[in-house]
Design a protein around this ligand. Structure first.
Ligand SMILES: Cc1cc2nc3c(=O)[nH]c(=O)nc-3n(C[C@H](O)[C@H](O)[C@H](O)COP(=O)(O)O)c2cc1C
Length: 384
């Protein structure tokens, strides 16, 4: 059963969409294709490829990443190509091609730093492990004064920008929010490998004039902009004064306390960003963690539910533990009916994930005036 997807990896809602970028490099000694598209778009891929080149004329297929959104059209491409092309990739690609698609094409594993000179063009293959699978590589293409880094998933983002490259600052600015969501949701778990691999690229003197990722905008005017943006988010650098408030509330107890917190924060000049799980709203997990990654402080409110943390909040906390790898400060409030444990459970999850809990306040049922006072005092102490 196939329907048009509205999510990515069966978890992240992406109403903004996503592009799958494959590239063709022609040389005077043959053509090289870098990656393909997701399998459900395989026929469209071949149709579009034909507008540029006959698939039979492709001599090499470089696979930067085996994730199926890029390798999904490899079987049809090789069939159209009559298996003429040599497939190049990390050594793991060979067994993955067999496992994912049951195919065993002509394959050559490329080593880290290996060069391929073809006609008037040179390609250096760079291993960039865990950015964001073990077999991920990049290709650095050089000819005349051109230096292009085909970076795979790295330096990519969600959405379907109205232009192909970064020629318009307004488009770039809007796009960066979708890049942020992409970094956190897709490569967030591997944040330290973003930094490690960028270091590696730089230390090898790789200095691209163009960055061409496998999703989203190509950066040819300001390649350093997207590199620095990735570094900033991998480090979780906070926007000054950014506070995110996330709460769940079944019957309004937690919500009452949250309203007081928001009021107090606004009095102090903050503009908290609010997300909730209630009978009238269910915020998007991807949006929430995109806002957490560059926040200064996060307020979490949830109630006890069958001896545990309210389920959506428990799920969110698991996602935060996996994806938000930079240390964040959390202010926790909770409500219970008969067993005072939920605040502790929330704090434990956060602390185990490397975060700091600056406060945890728990109240029985609805918050009383005394609870409100306690909350206000703590905000004044902990959030300045
Ligand atoms: C489905 C459900 C399960 C609950 N489970 C627990 C529980 O395991 N332990 C507890 O102390 N309170 C439990 N409660 C009580 C709530 O935690 C309590 O009423 C709280 O004030 C609700 O806050 P909220 O309306 O903001 O969600 C439960 C309530 C509901 C509706």
């Amino acid at each position: 059963m196939t329907s048009i997807p509205n999510s990515f990896e069966a978890i992240w809602r992406i109403p903004e969409g996503i592009t799958y970028n494959a590239y063709v490099l022609t040389t005077d000694e043959g053509a090289i294709l870098f990656d393909t598209w997701k399998h459900i778009y395989a026929k469209d891929f071949i149709e579009n490829l034909r507008k540029i080149i006959d698939p039979k004329d492709i001599n090499y297929l470089v696979i930067h990443h085996m994730k199926q959104d890029h390798s999904g059209a490899v079987p049809i491409l090789l069939a159209e190509n009559r298996n003429r092309a040599k497939v190049l990739g990390h050594k793991l690609v060979k067994t993955m091609l067999k496992a994912f698609y049951g195919i065993e094409p002509k394959f050559k594993a490329v080593k880290d730093g290996e060069e391929l000179v073809i006609g008037n063009k040179k390609i250096i293959f760079i291993h960039t492990p865990w950015l964001h699978w073990p077999e991920t590589i990049m290709s650095y293409v050089q000819y005349e004064s051109t230096r292009i880094l085909l970076s795979g998933d790295a330096f990519g983002g969600f959405s379907i920008p109205p232009i192909i490259a970064d020629e318009n600052d307004e488009v770039v600015l809007k796009y960066l929010n979708f890049v942020k969501k992409y970094i956190v949701t897709i490569v967030g778990f591997y944040s330290k490998f973003i930094l490690k691999n960028i270091e590696k690229i730089k230390s090898q003197g790789i200095n691209p004039r163009i960055i061409a990722p496998a999703h989203g905008l190509i950066f040819k005017n300001k390649p350093e902009l997207i590199i620095n943006y990735y570094i900033k988010l991998a480090k979780g650098v906070a926007e000054k004064g950014k506070i995110v408030v996330i709460y769940s509330s079944m019957y309004g107890s937690v919500e009452r306390a949250i309203n007081v917190i928001v009021e107090e924060l606004e009095k102090k000049g903050f503009k908290p960003i609010i997300y909730s799980f209630t009978d009238v709203n269910r915020s998007d997990i991807g949006e929430i963690i995109s806002d957490i990654i560059d926040s200064e402080i996060v307020v979490i409110g949830a109630s006890a539910y069958e001896g545990e943390i309210f389920p959506y909040m428990a799920f969110l906390l698991d996602i935060i533990a996996r994806k938000v790898k930079s240390k964040k400060k959390f202010f926790v409030i909770s409500s219970y009916g008969w067993g005072k444990t939920v605040s502790l459970k929330i704090s434990e999850k956060l602390v185990q994930a490397g975060h700091e809990v600056v406060e945890k306040i728990e109240f029985h049922g609805q918050p009383t005036n005394r609870d409100f006072e306690k909350i206000k005092q703590s905000i004044n102490l902990n959030i300045r």
